[in-house]
Design a protein around this ligand. Sequence first.
Ligand code: PMP
Length: 407
Amino acid sequence: TPAFDAERVRADFPILQQQVNGHPLVYLDNAATTQKPRAVIQAIVDYYEQDNSNVHRGAHALADRATEKFEAARVKVADFINAAQARQVIWTRGTTEGVNLVASSWGRSTLQAGDRILVSAMEHHSNIVPWQLIAQEKGATVEPIPVLDDGSIDLDAFAGLLDDRVRMVACGHVSNALGTVNPVQEIVRMAHAAGALALIDGAQAVSHWPVDVQALDCDFYVFSSHKLFGPTGLGVLYGKEALLEAMPPYQGGGEMIETVSFAGTRFNQLPYKFEAGTPDIAGVIGLGTAVDYLQALDRAGAAAHEAALLAYAEERARATPGIRLVGTAQQKTSVLSFLLEGAHPNDVGLLLDQQGVAVRTGNHCAQPIMEQFGIAGTVRASFSFYNTRADVDRLFEALIKARQFLV
Ligand code: PMP
């Protein structure tokens, strides 16, 4: 098979063909959000120009077309993550809402005083705070699974934490702050062996390689459309059917009911039980198109290309004096998190932006792990398959200039 052609796929992303501050844009903030291929943007335009209507309740052609495309996208996403049935795919507003939905619905109906919830110490705040909120309400506790100095999970310590009071293990598939790829299949297996459920935050994983929720055997898997080349404000909650069936609704309203009366209301079946109100129809159709785009892409080639970019960036970082890498686990993907010694990350970010290089700076919504490393934040360059070696070169040219200015 021919090598993955990043230059060719770049042409599918209109936003990348621009100048920023007088330089061709180098977009290295893909962990914050990914760019959208033209096909996704066009699908959203087509929807509003041709099909705009409300779903599931129409008695007319437009409503039928909107509903058909909306539900077809659910099937595409189910296939994409290898869910057994489309009804196990629930639309949310994003990863954040997916975790909140499970914490609220499952947590409120299940947790008892003294129960324990384990989350890795490198979690994004959105996979910590929803658990803290429900734990506080229920008298349960949220405890960190220790992370080693290289940014990998301490599996021995995790094993030591597990007992029959642990009800939920919530863990990221890939850390947005460090790029660590966690051994989630093993983590799920260990959680189950202790009688706990496992929720995996896949926000940073689904864009990099095919995820198979049945092979992982996780109970819940959550991710965001906007980090998967789709529109913002939309996400996916996958859950095991029996759990979703047993869980009470998260929000009440239209669409999630079967019948409403003041004597009592009957809830709709899955997935609609968890989809109160008019959903983000255009967004769902856009995400379906993003999945089509990825299914047509050489994903193995894209993953190999991303791995080569990260290896090259790490090699250049090690050869550049004054750069300290944060997160050096064996298993990593697409994230170079670092400090330029003697310079504040925000100042570095500003000087990179002036040279057309977009990165993220700060704590990456992962304050506990930053605190463990004794830092307030990092500079983070994060890659996607449309990045090139030339982008990495531009990053390091700009960093060397920034260092001359700052240090
Ligand atoms: N988890 C991880 C690992 C993330 O990287 C992010 C986004 N930075 C989130 C959760 C939250 O995603 P969203 O803001 O799309 O809900």
